[in-house]
Each structure stands twice: as structure tokens, then as C-alpha cells.
Write a protein that binds this ligand. Structure first.
Ligand code: SF4
Length: 559
């Protein structure tokens, strides 16, 4: 098959904060270099019309971005020192914070807010809007931002990455090309920077093939579910942020919730649930509705109407899960490399910094004309020498502390506040922690019914609509189950088909088959919001998430 080829100097895959910050920083470095040579201050060759490309699978920059985003602006200050005067889309600045322990009936205020969670004065942002703003700045500087293109495959020359093939468009359900078929193109480059977000599709392949995780702990995750509510005019307290722990999670489930005011009478509420939850019936969307039913939360948000919804995996392994960051021809940045501080529940600043440091390594490799593993190894060294280490190291055992019980996790974390994080604890992949349904006793409140009203308490399919997700139905499913016989037999018996619950978009459904008369798996892939939960938590590891046709998926304009 004939494919278009497009050579570029540096290719960033994914238009999230890591890669957009990286692309802007790279253009700044090139501009400063060329200016120094032009003025005679430095020797060397001008980097003339560099071809720097950012590839984005969403229909536009920011469409697939979702985060509970109170930003630490440390990296933004370095990248764009005058961001306040350049139209950076800040919804509000944090003015009042509260932290509560929720029990099923009451809310106990925390006597103090740990310094890691103190956000006073920090900007509240919509990550989608923030990335759109960064994308515009990158384009002004000459970066080619290509939205609506998926990175389907890495291109290899031996064991060196030499680019990315984008996805074909116009493949029918039967796998055959349709009339409007367009083959993907080959973006050829000596330097590929992968910033695809959590559980990146190409990143996983790179890590597996090159063994980049041999010296790190497994990547582990939360699933974050989030809604935006429209409140009655004038009822929202500006700059309010609430963090909570406890209800509706049981003591064997790691996570917590957040709520904060946004601009224009809007409030968002979100829940983070560890994907190593022992409960085989864990359902983050259901738990979010239970959270909204809590008297303390209802007293603040109960007059609201849900207008937006989204879900996304969040990396929480922290420093211990950071893999080898560079190899021949490629580097990994942002959430794809586990750059999130689980103690602060913050990662955007770390992602941005990692992208900027990878850009510096790319710039040096461009000047030398080589992108070998050794040449790009300056990137991990730059990470080691940066503030990333002091930010992330204290939280390296955060998740491992909570793997057995909420109370022992609180005690261990408190001790680590006083005496430091101690030696690295080990942990295993999330899916290994799910218990069989026969042995797990769920907390009684987690199974209660939600009295959906379609306004404040909304069911999963209504929230799928609120996510704006869409997929062409006449294409192969982008979610592959290796053997659906496992779903109908072993998994049903042992775990009760947990994917029908943990998928926050009701993609997986057991329905009676007319042919066999038994319940069999049906995949409503058009509902998918690309959160990757199924790929991570499936206890048999037989589900694989693949990119669907480019430009499809959620439309997160406010998230
Ligand atoms: Fe998330 Fe998988 Fe459900 Fe898609 S199918 S929404 S990736 S859990």
C-alpha cells in the first residue's frame, strides 16, 4: 500500500501539557540559538526552518484532556514567565480550602491541611482550555500541530525508533477498506517524544519491546470520574476547593474526591478510585453518584445540574514507577512516564517539566545530528538534576501504604511525614489485587440503589451523552477481547464480569444470546471515553484498548 511520508526533525505524539510545553520550549531554544549565531555571539549552524510536529488523536487540541486541575505553576513560570498577561485561561484562583473525612452520615473537618494539599492562591484551570492555549502558542512559534491523527504504530530501524505511522481512516466493520478509505502516513523522524497520557498505546509497545521497565515498579493507576455542574446564578463561592477521603470508598479501596468552583456558576466534582480496588464490583461512576448523595456534598452542590462528564486513568505509582525514559530515537514524558506526585495528587507541572527537559535533550541531539540512546540519555540525567526529584520522591510509597487498609495507610503516611518515605516498597499490577466475588464482602452502602433524577443524579448512559463521545459505528471495535468465551464462563463465575461495572461508560454488557441462550459479552464501543480502565483492570488481561479512527472519542471542552 502506498503511504504518504512526512519527514520531521522532532515528533511529539500527544498534545497534552508535557508535549505542548516541550514543543514551545524547543522552539524557544532553536530561536535563541539562531539569534546567537546571527548576532555573532555563538558559532555553529543555524537550524533553518525546523520541522517540529505535534500529533493529536482528538479532533482538536484539548478535546481529550481531563484533570482535576488546580495547577502548580512552577513549570509554567519557567516556560512562559508572563503567562498572567498572555491570556492563560484561569477559571479562578484558590481562595478557601477545606478537607473532610466523610463517613456514611457525617463529615469530619480535618484539623489542618497537609502542606502537599495546600493550594491557596494557585490557579484552577480546565486542562482542555489550558492545552488549547498552549497549542495556539506552539503554532504561533511555528510548530505543526496535526489534530485528528492517531499514532497507530512505531516505525523501527532495527531497535531504533524512526517515527510513527498514523492510523488508516475508512476501514469497515469487516476490516475491509470502504470507499472513503485513506491510508495513514509515515512520519519519519530521528526523535520521537511520546506523551500520550496514562497507559499510552505506543508507549506500552516501546516499553515492552525495549524492556524499559525492568528496573522500575509496575505502573499503577486510579480511574478518575468527573462531572461539571451548572449551579443557580450567584450560588457558587469563588475560589472554593474541597478535598475528601473516606465515604463512598470502603477501607480496601484507595482514593479520594475533590470539588471546586469554576467560572460562570459552574462547579466540578470528581472521584479518584484505585484500580487495584479489591472489590470486584467496583464502579467509579456509581460511587460518584453516592458521593453526591452524601448530606455534606448535597448541601453544597444539590441544586446543581450535571452538564459535563468524563473519565480517565491517572498514574499514581509516582517516582518508583518511572521507567527508563529514553532509548534509541525515543523519549517518554508526562503521564506516560508516571510523572505524577501521588502525595499532592498533582502532575501537570511535572508533565510540563519532563516535556521541557526532553526538548532540551532533543535540541542537543539536533545540534549533534544524532539521536542514539546515549545521545538522548541526557534527558533522564536532566530529570535527575531537576526539582522533579524533590517533588516526587517524598510520595514514592504513598500508594503502597494504602494497599491493605485505609487506617493502616493513614498511620504509615503520617509516620512518613515525620520520618521520611523510608525504603521503596514493592507492589504488583493493579489487576492482581481484585478479589473473587465469592470471597469479597462489599461495604453495605456501595451496593445501594441511586434514585436517579436525570438532573443531579444521572445514570451512566446519560453521562456518556454528557461526555460528548462519538465513534463511527461502521468500523472494527477498538476494544479487543482475546477470548470472549472467558467472559461467558470463567470470568462470570469468578469475578461476576467486573468490566460491566468498572467501565465508566457502559461499554461492556452481558446480554442473552439468541443462539446459545446464555449471557454473552457485547461491546458497545461507541460509548468509550478512552479512559483505559479496562486495559488496566481486567483480571485476565485479555482486553486491549487500541486507538479508534482519528478524531473520535470524547469532546471535553470544559474538563
Ligand atoms: Fe474506559 Fe475501556 Fe470503558 Fe473505554 S471501554 S470507557 S477505555 S473502560
Amino acid at each position: 500500500m502506498e503511504r504518504d511520508e512526512m519527514p520531521c526533525d522532532v515528533l511529539f505524539v500527544g498534545a497534552g501539557p508535557a508535549n505542548l510545553a516541550g514543543a514551545i520550549h524547543l522552539m524557544d531554544l532553536i530561536e535563541a540559538h539562531n539569534a546567537a549565531i546571527g548576532s555573532g555571539e555563538a558559532d555553529g549552524e543555524v537550524l533553518d526552518e525546523p520541522m517540529i510536529v505535534v500529533l493529536e488523536k482528538g479532533s482538536g487540541v484539548g478535546q481529550h484532556q481531563l484533570s482535576g486541575a488546580v495547577l502548580d505553576p512552577i513549570a509554567l513560570d519557567e516556560l512562559i514567565p508572563d503567562w498572567r498577561g498572555r491570556g492563560c485561561p484561569v477559571e479562578r484562583f484558590v481562595e478557601r480550602e477545606e478537607m473532610v473525612l466523610l463517613t456514611p452520615e457525617s463529615a469530619v473537618p480535618a484539623p489542618w491541611i497537609p502542606p502537599e494539599l495546600d493550594n491557596h492562591g494557585k490557579p484552577i484551570i480546565s486542562l482542555g482550555r489550558f492545552c488549547r492555549w498552549l497549542g495556539e502558542i506552539a503554532e504561533e512559534k511555528g510548530v505543526n500541530v496535526l489534530s485528528g491523527f492517531t499514532g497507530q504504530e512505531l516505525l523501527w530501524d532495527g531497535e531504533a525508533v524512526v517515527g510513527v505511522r498514523t492510523g488508516d481512516k475508512g476501514i469497515g466493520k469487516d476490516g475491509q477498506p470502504k470507499d472513503q478509505f485513506e491510508p495513514g502516513m509515515d512520519l519519519q523522524t530521528p526523535i520521537t517524544i511520546l506523551g500520550e497520557g496514562p497507559r499510552g498505546h505506543l508507549t506500552r509497545k516501546l516499553i515492552q519491546r525495549r524492556g524499559l521497565d525492568r528496573d522500575s515498579e509496575p505502573m499503577i493507576y486510579y480511574v478518575g470520574v468527573k462531572e461539571v455542574l451548572e449551579m443557580p446564578a450567584g450560588s457558587v463561592e469563588d475560589g472554593w476547593v474541597m478535598h475528601s477521603v473516606g465515604y463512598p470508598l470502603d477501607v480496601h479501596t484507595f482514593g479520594g474526591s475533590f470539588a471546586y468552583s469554576m467560572g460562570g456558576d459552574k462547579v466540578c466534582i470528581g472521584l479518584l478510585v484505585g484500580l487495584d480496588a479489591a472489590d470486584p464490583q467496583m464502579d467509579a461512576h456509581h460511587l460518584l453518584q453516592l458521593l453526591k448523595m452524601h448530606p455534606h456534598v448535597r448541601s453544597k452542590l444539590g441544586a446543581g445540574k450535571v452538564i459535563k462528564y468524563g473519565a480517565k486513568a491517572v498514574t499514581i505509582g509516582g517516582w518508583a514507577s518511572v521507567p527508563q525514559l529514553s532509548t534509541d530515537g525515543a523519549m517518554i514524558v508526562g503521564d506516560s512516564a508516571s510523572f505524577l506526585n501521588p502525595l499532592r495528587i498533582k502532575g501537570i507541572h511535572l508533565s510540563m517539566k519532563s516535556g521541557m527537559l526532553a526538548a532540551e535533550a532533543a535540541f542537543e541531539a539536533m545540534l549533534r545530528g544524532e539521536a542514539t540512546a546515549q545521545a538522548l540519555s541526557s534527558y533522564p540525567q536532566k530529570v535527575q538534576d531537576s526539582w522533579i526529584v524533590s517533588d516526587m520522591e517524598p510520595g514514592r510509597n504513598m500508594h503502597a501504604n494504602f494497599k491493605d487498609h485505609f487506617v493502616s495507610g493513614m498511620v504509615q503516611t503520617a509516620l512518613q511525614y515525620a520520618f521520611g518515605p523510608g525504603p521503596q516498597k514493592r507492589y504488583s499490577p493493579d489487576y492482581t489485587h481484585i478479589e473473587r466475588k465469592a470471597s469479597y464482602q462489599p461495604a453495605p452502602w456501595t451496593t445501594q440503589e441511586v434514585p436517579y433524577d436525570g438532573v443531579y443524579l444521572v445514570d451512566k448512559l446519560t453521562d456518556v451523552y454528557n461526555s460528548g463521545t462519538q465513534h463511527e459505528e461502521q468500523q472494527p471495535a477498538h476494544l479487543k477481547i482475546v477470548d470472549t468465551e472467558v467472559c461467558a464462563t470463567t470470568c462470570r463465575e469468578e469475578y461476576g464480569n467486573p468490566c460491566t461495572r468498572f467501565c465508566p461508560a457502559q461499554v461492556y454488557n452481558m446480554r442473552e444470546s439468541e443462539q446459545s441462550g446464555r449471557l454473552e459479552m457485547e461491546i458497545d464501543f461507541a460509548n468509550c471515553v478512552h479512559c483505559k480502565t479496562c486495559d488496566i483492570r481486567d483480571p485476565y488481561q485479555i482486553i486491549t484498548w487500541m486507538p479508534p479512527e482519528a478524531g473520535e472519542g470524547p469532546e471535553y471542552d470544559l474538563m
